[in-house]
Write a protein that binds this ligand. Structure first.
Ligand SMILES: [Zn+2]
Length: 174
């Protein structure tokens, strides 16, 4: 029994603390420190965030990394896959944390009330254009559009005047 438990614990530790995951989390911590954003790790299994790799909470200005997400087993491979499937705007290995940092920057800039307002606003431009230029995830809502476009710009991507005009307008207070 004790032996079986030990094997289970070792198997769990090997999965959870694989090198790629440790490296990705170390970089995530450094990136958040640079932006002065709190970062925590958690495990979302059976709630609404179960499918999320990470979540930003504007109320506490904290990025929560969902350790159980398979994304963290191999972030480079997961992100390349997501980019190739035209879901994400970049294939950058730190895309997920950059995306959450973008949420933090936006909420800090416009305030939590306005941030939530923007989230629930109807899109002001064609979502097919967003999907084609930025990526499918950016069509989820305006906040995801802002975050994914920000990541794209950070990665050196160039977008059309229509995308950039809409992006810049969302950053402005009404
Ligand atoms: Zn997001």
């Amino acid at each position: 029994m004790a032996k079986a438990s030990l094997i289970l614990v070792l198997a769990f530790a090997t999965t959870v603390f694989a090198d790629d995951r440790i490296d990705a989390l170390a970089r995530a911590k450094r990136l958040c420190k640079k932006e002065n954003i709190k970062i925590t790790t958690t495990i979302h299994i059976a709630d609404e965030h179960a499918g999320c790799d990470a979540v930003y909470w504007p109320s506490t200005d904290t990025i929560e990394v969902n350790l159980i997400s398979s994304y963290w087993e191999n972030p480079a491979r997961s992100q390349t896959d997501s980019y190739n499937r035209r879901i994400s705007s970049t294939s950058h290995v730190d895309h997920v944390i950059r995306h959450e940092i973008a949420h933090a920057k936006f909420y800090r800039h416009v305030g939590v009330t306005r941030g939530l307002e923007v989230k629930h606003m109807q899109f002001g431009i064609d979502t097919t254009l967003i999907s084609n230029e930025v990526g499918f995830y950016a069509t989820r809502d305006n906040l995801e559009f802002v975050a994914e476009t920000w990541c794209g710009i950070m990665d050196g991507k160039k977008y059309s005047d229509k995308i950039m005009g809409y992006y810049n307008a969302l950053w402005e207070q009404p």
